[in-house]
Design a protein around this ligand. Structure first.
Ligand SMILES: NC(=O)C1=CN([C@@H]2O[C@H](COP(=O)(O)OP(=O)(O)OC[C@H]3O[C@@H](n4cnc5c(N)ncnc54)[C@H](OP(=O)(O)O)[C@@H]3O)[C@@H](O)[C@H]2O)C=CC1
Ligand SMILES: O=C(O)C(=O)Cc1ccc(O)cc1
Length: 463
């Protein structure tokens, strides 16, 4: 073990402080450097690809706590704790290159969103005399880490190594969640795989229609706002983040495939106008997912009390003249089948996934919001029946729904092929269509996430 005291704090004299190494200075590496430096850790050494050395040096020219190194060898040789924050697709190659330079007794972590390949890479390429205590912040780099779950995985090493990591990362003020490598991938598949598939499919569907629907008075109120803002948020993030966790997490693939099946099957029931079968299927899914409480689960307050909270974060304006809309619709927009939500809950039910079990453990902000929206729809008989009625008898959203079915199938097939290039092409084509709307959406999306966090009694920073 490194000779740094596990209970060291940022106000310790510099010679007693650990050297913190960050390999990969993209969104997540930058966020960690910022919080750790601001807290007073004084020996932070960072690198990205050697080609970015000069630019990175300029970025940190005024931060005395951060030293930029040429490559991962230079970082690994001197650091007591090292975090690889690179693309999951490249983790094997990068650890193979720099891993052998790791200082004796150091602790190594990865920030990758999918841990199966990270574990293999660490076991294969790290020297036997270094420890493995990995991590994963369950939020993107533009969300405040305060109060968010931060997974810690003590895979190889003594308890004191875990204690040191807890102390190093304390400035993030995140909530530690202790998991094994294996449980991490199961839990994150359950929370992220279908959530992302739903939003990716919405984006592809709208891009296929060459439409920004919120600019035409649609998807501008309540839970419809969530669909637009989160879709834009996902497409403005790095494609490889979603590709990695969908393609390399074995549980994720199964779920994305079922999501696409659920979408198609529900859509066929809609087309055939089979009221009895559709209602039976949706009610059964509701009862499985939202009905019985799992063993030991407490009675929970709903995540979302009212959807009005979202109106402040709308990117568009409701129609004022009620064009294409029934008089009963408060937003002036036609009622929606909410096919994405019906399919998500149906998918969870068919796979026996209990999403609420993961909520308090390891929910990302997007998952928390999206499951909150699903709960809001499914726990109200009136709202659910109105979605089923719209699905069967109101054709205003049919063309959107058709595009959604095709998009969900396309994403599922793409992920099953396991091709990062294909994923990148699909993702980038849609992202290009929405590019001009990202700036506004990022600001509104972050504010919307913060508002939901602030209104959630169970999401508070640790004391
Ligand atoms: N963004 C998010 O929302 C979250 C991401 N994560 C995970 O964190 C990791 C990093 O994600 P994020 O920061 O968003 O991605 P970025 O693409 O922003 O950052 C990754 C950085 O690592 C660099 N890199 C690649 N190879 C090397 C190398 N050999 N040596 C040094 N640097 C290298 C990349 O360079 P280049 O671009 O040139 O390849 C890039 O600058 C991923 O595994 C992701 O899944 C975890 C939580 C949230
Ligand atoms: O909240 C989400 O699902 C996001 O999209 C942000 C995100 C992406 C990757 C992660 O590993 C963790 C969080």
């Amino acid at each position: 073990m490194t000779n740094v005291r596990p209970d060291v704090t940022p106000d310790a004299p510099i010679e007693e402080q650990p050297t913190i190494g960050l390999i990969g200075m993209g969104g997540m590496g930058i966020m960690y450097a910022k919080f750790l430096s601001e807290a007073g850790w004084k020996k932070i050494v960072v690198c990205d690809l050697p080609s970015k050395f000069e630019a990175l040096k300029e970025t940190y020219a005024n931060d005395p706590n951060v030293t930029v190194m040429k490559d991962g060898h230079a970082v690994s040789r001197i650091s007591d704790w090292i975090m690889y924050s690179v693309e999951a697709e490249y983790i094997d190659r990068v650890v193979a290159e720099y891993g052998p330079s790791t200082k004796i007794g150091a602790i190594v972590a990865g920030q990758t969103s999918v841990k199966t390949p990270e574990k293999v890479a660490f076991e294969k390429h790290l020297p036997a005399d270094v420890h493995i205590v990995s991590c994963h912040s369950l939020h993107g780099p533009t969300v405040s880490p305060v109060g968010q779950p931060l997974v810690l995985i003590k895979h190889r090493g003594p308890d004191s190594a875990l204690r040191l990591v807890e102390n190093l990362l304390r400035p993030l003020k995140s909530r530690y969640v202790y998991l094994s490598y294996e449980d991490h991938d199961i839990v994150t598949a359950n929370t992220q795989a279908v959530t992302h598939a739903a939003f990716l499919s919405m984006g592809t569907a709208w891009a296929s229609e060459q439409s920004y629907p919120w600019e035409h008075g649609l998807y501008v109120k309540g839970i419809e706002t969530v669909k637009v803002n989160i879709m834009l948020r996902i497409y403005s993030n790095k494609w490889h983040v979603y590709a990695g966790l969908a393609i390399l997490n074995p549980s994720a693939r199964i779920q994305i495939d079922q999501f696409s099946r659920s979408t198609s099957e529900i859509f066929k029931l809609m087309l055939s106008g089979d009221d009895v079968a559709l209602r039976k299927r949706i009610y059964e899914a509701r009862d499985i997912v939202f009905g019985a409480k799992a063993d030991g689960q407490k009675e929970r307050a709903p995540i979302l009390l009212s959807e009005d909270i979202f109106d402040r974060f709308s990117l568009g304006q409701p129609l004022s003249n009620g064009r294409n809309s029934p008089p009963s619709s408060p937003s002036g927009a036609p009622p929606n089948s909410h096919l994405s939500l019906l399919a998500m809950v149906d998918c969870w039910a068919r796979l026996g996934i209990q999403p609420f079990v993961h909520l308090d453990l390891a929910a990302t902000p997007l998952f928390r919001m999206w499951i909150g929206v699903a709960e809001y729809l499914f726990r109200s008989q009136k709202r659910l029946d109105s979605a089923i009625y719209a699905a069967l008898y109101d054709v205003s959203h049919r063309s959107d729904d058709l595009e959604f079915v095709i998009a969900a199938k396309g994403w599922s097939q793409c992920i099953s092929f396991g091709s990062f290039d294909l994923y990148k092409e699909r993702f980038s084509e849609t992202a290009d269509f929405f590019q001009s709307r990202f700036d506004d959406a990022t600001k509104l999306g972050s504010a919307m996430i913060q508002a939901i966090m602030d209104s959630s009694p169970d999401v508070k920073p640790p004391s």
